[in-house]
Write a protein that binds this ligand. Structure first.
Ligand SMILES: [Zn+2]
Length: 349
């Protein structure tokens, strides 16, 4: 049923770094087992781009200080500088859970676009994203979704996304998450739902159940927390230290219980600790959901997390033409290598 298809290709060059000796470069084409989308694994690319992935500490400190001056999300400003929900939507205007503050976005990415401000601190290192801080943000997001469903049940497709720091596309430094909800799914969510349905009809089983069964305790498998399975995908979407989480048997965000939210929070916290240990400072996350208000036996809530380049004068980006304009996947190292490195760190902590 689930096939891991890959093809190895090689090319030869006379390498100036090795006194023009003949050198072989290896590329691996991998098909995503659900969508068929190609991801090219480029061995050695992580090493090649690694100098762009760490941050200039002095520049980062300067930017943290500069952006703190007028930050609308810092505790002293949040009540005067962030939007409020209209009174008819929420009498209190904002949703508060622990340190998380949920407010509407000034200008977002969907018809319903909301922010969860996650911490009182203006800047967090990736090792400082605690499970509690993430959990409170998630709970605030779910409270918003509950109210949204009461007001407009047609807005059925939510995603939770994180863009942390400017290399990840965030215009505001202060740690926050976005909750976007629409009456139509995002492109990838739609593709995953459609292909999951086709898989279910063909094989009489859930792709998500099957992929977890196949990967459990194998080389790309990371860990499990409260029914949330963490692994490294066979054919990553973006391939920069990319991990995936699958919430077993839950098809939309409103079905998750506290243990499962904590499973996502705990897993993210561990992955971010690994990123921090590599010297990274920036990341993206997307949590994808099936439609609210109905359970799909063939789809599970799932998450992708990737690291992004560092903050440097050079302004390097990994949003280059192949993934960004040609929609092909690229991974800068073999996913199995990344899983091995991550597991070694998790074992040591
Ligand atoms: Zn701030």
């Amino acid at each position: 049923m689930i096939e891991f298809e890959k093809t190895i290709k090689q090319s030869k060059i006379l390498n100036p770094l090795k006194n023009f000796e003949e050198d072989t470069i290896t590329f691996e084409y991998r098909a995503d087992p659900l969508t068929g989308r190609n991801t090219t694994i480029i061995r050695g690319m992580l090493n090649y781009v690694s100098r762009f992935l760490t941050s200039d500490a002095e520049l980062l400190t300067t930017l943290v200080e500069k952006t703190k001056a007028n930050c609308p999300f810092c505790p002293e400003n949040v009540r005067t500088k962030t939007p409020m929900f209209p009174r008819e939507f929420l009498a209190e205007g904002r949703i508060l859970v622990g340190d998380a503050v949920v407010v509407p976005n000034l200008l977002g990415h969907a018809e319903q676009s909301v922010l969860a401000i996650l911490s009182r601190e203006h800047h967090l290192k990736l090792e400082d994203f605690t499970p509690k801080l993430l959990f409170d943000g998630f709970k605030g997001g779910v409270e918003y979704l509950k109210r949204l469903s009461e007001v407009d049940a047609s807005v059925r497709f939510p995603v939770f996304v994180f863009n942390y720091l400017t290399p990840a596309g965030s215009s505001i430094f202060h740690p926050h998450m976005q909750i976007l909800a629409r009456d139509r799914p995002f492109y990838l969510v739609n593709l995953l739902i459609d292909n999951s349905k086709a898989y279910y009809e063909k094989y009489g089983a859930s792709y998500w159940h099957d992929i977890v069964t196949k990967e459990k305790n194998a080389e790309r498998y990371l860990f499990e927390v409260n029914g949330v399975e963490w692994l490294v995908p066979f054919a990553p979407l973006r391939g920069l230290n990319e991990a995936q989480a699958i919430v077993k048997g839950k098809s939309n965000l409103k079905e998750l219980n506290n243990g499962e939210w904590l499973g996502l929070a705990e897993g993210i916290s561990r992955i971010l600790k690994f990123y921090h240990a590599q010297g990274y400072t920036s990341f993206n996350i997307a949590i994808m959901s099936g439609p609210l208000g109905e359970h799909l036996d063939y789809f599970d809530v799932n998450l992708r997390v990737i690291s992004r380049p560092g903050i440097q004068q050079f302004c390097f980006t990994d949003a280059w033409a192949v993934p960004y304009l040609l929609w092909d996947g690229e991974a800068v190292e073999e996913p199995e290598r990344f899983a091995e490195r991550a597991k070694a760190l998790f074992k040591g902590t």
